[in-house]
Design a protein around this ligand. Sequence first.
Ligand code: AMP
Ligand code: ZN
Length: 466
Amino acid sequence: MSLYLYNTLTRKKEEFKPLEGNEVRIYSCGPTVYSFAHIGNFRAYVFMDTLRRVLKKNGYTIKHVMNITDVGHLESDADEGEDKMIKAAKKENKDPYEIAAYYTDIFFKDMVKLNIERPEIIAKATEHIKEMLEFVKKLIENGYAYETSKAIYFDISKLDKYPVLSNRNLEEQIAGARVEVDPEKRNPYDFAVWIKAPENHIMKWDSPWGLSYPGWHLECSAMSRKYLGEYFDIHTGGVDHIPTHHENEIAQSKGYSGHIPAKTWMHVEFLQVDGGKMGKSLGNVYTLDEIKEKGIEPLAYRLFNFSAHYRTKLNFTFEIALSTQKALNRLREGYLTHVNGNENVEEEIIKEYKNRFMEAINDDLNMPLAVGVMWEVVRNSKKSKQFAELLLDFDEVLGLDLVNSEKYIEDQTNIELPDEILELVENRKKAREEKNWSESDRIRDILKEKGYQVKDSKDGMTIEKI
Ligand code: AMP
Ligand code: ZN
């Protein structure tokens, strides 16, 4: 079955075939490790992981590089503002390397919680200064970069076409004065590939242009080239990378070797919260731990990501995420029911489900459709081990760790209840003994508001986290 992927570069869904043999070479723009990654960032990495899993399901092997930006990402994606790492270091009164190590560690722990496979190669920007310097020198040699008092700039007028990835109109933007023109720059949209460090700048390296540091876009061009070569299969990132970061990566690679480095460019749309942008000032930038505190497991967040296609915006609300958590619990129960079932299912039926699942994932990762097929299997009235196996087969792509369903269900029933909840439970027991049903219902509602569901049966009362 053919696999189709949408390519931002050609604005088309294209049939995917690796450039060489059976191996797919992928580069993903990774995190800037100056702070905790938030659930919006993780939408990008769940997407990246889903792509890997879909490619593997199609029989390909993967060589995947993800970078860690630990220097050079300025506050704006263009060349303005302070380096995010240095700003965080000053704020937390720590060394930028300490900041990077701390947040990188948490990032990878969160990746494990989301069952995101670790890319084969993790490349830290600060460990590739040599390759970046070599890249800058080549750009200058090839006539694509020039020195000013502030930086080495890329000369976009040397390209046959800029931009190629986005369809922004530079002339209109310049007329709208969105870019402050530096008189030393040859063209307003020339961007810094290598930046001269001001006096007290913390992260800087020796170079032919004095103490200086790399530009963010250069990092990805130099590292992708080092590990994946001049031309590789897929480059991924968020939609925010289209107009500047990836556009400039393409420009640099064209300046270096004359062509666009990746064949397919894939971009994931943004996660929104409560129908709007996420923002620190809005107080709606959540980490995985924060949503966990409200009863949403990382794997429920993973499942939540499949509720929209990766090229459409996805709206996070606690209400929807909590219902996804419940759905995940039902999925685990449904899987176990099949595990314990003994009915026989015709191979044709299994094959048909498999086909429909593959068709969905191979249609540019249509995960909402694939998840729909999964639910049909879960809900099938025949209870069969063959269906349990089929669900595990789907889970190679979904990554919901269904094989451990029993453990998750046990963990949920053995939860330690906070004192406040224990007290409410005791009061409710008392009310029921006194046959004070209205008080019992009132306490049940309070518990529900606090994220706990009580169930009454003839054997007594059970309580679960919603
Ligand atoms: P950063 O660490 O800021 O470089 O961002 C890491 C990744 O998260 C990039 O691929 C961004 O495109 C992506 N990203 C940032 N915010 C969101 C969001 N709200 N939804 C989806 N992806 C995002
Ligand atoms: Zn990048």
